[in-house]
Design a protein around this ligand. Structure first.
Ligand SMILES: [Fe+2]
Length: 130
């Protein structure tokens, strides 16, 4: 099974989380076992509502926010990514507990997608039904 550009894989033993920059055919292994592909979750439940990154465009800037999610040391959003849909450009912002989970990008076109990663609930994308 080949990897794909920007896929995220997690080690279920040690918690290493890695992203594929240049894909190839080798299996990704950590702590002597295959790493688990993280799939992007989308849904319209309360859980999805809490986790879905919201994209807004104002004055030549793109804003991504995950307003209602906690940012506590035990439960927080670890990073937000914004990338062009063709995956030619990637922006990543690391977050810490206590910070506001938002990301501002200047001079970006609207052909972008956003994802965020919660330390407990994993990878989430935008709610397409918004
Ligand atoms: Fe969460």
């Amino acid at each position: 099974m080949s990897t794909e550009k920007l896929q995220l894989y997690k080690c279920e033993v040690c918690g290493n989380l890695i992203q594929v920059i240049v894909p190839s055919y080798g299996e990704l292994v950590c702590c002597s076992q295959p790493m688990k592909l993280q799939t992007v979750q989308h849904d319209s439940t309360e859980m999805g509502e809490k986790h879905a990154p919201k994209l807004e465009f104002r004055e030549n800037k793109s804003y991504v926010q995950v307003k209602t999610h906690p940012m506590l040391p035990e439960h927080y959003i670890q990073f937000i990514e914004v990338y062009k849909k063709d995956k030619s450009i990637l922006h990543l912002k690391y977050l810490n507990p206590g910070e506001i989970p938002e990301f501002e990008i200047t001079n970006f076109d609207d052909d972008i997608e956003a994802i965020e990663f919660c330390n407990i609930h994993g990878l989430w994308g935008e709610d397409k039904n918004d």
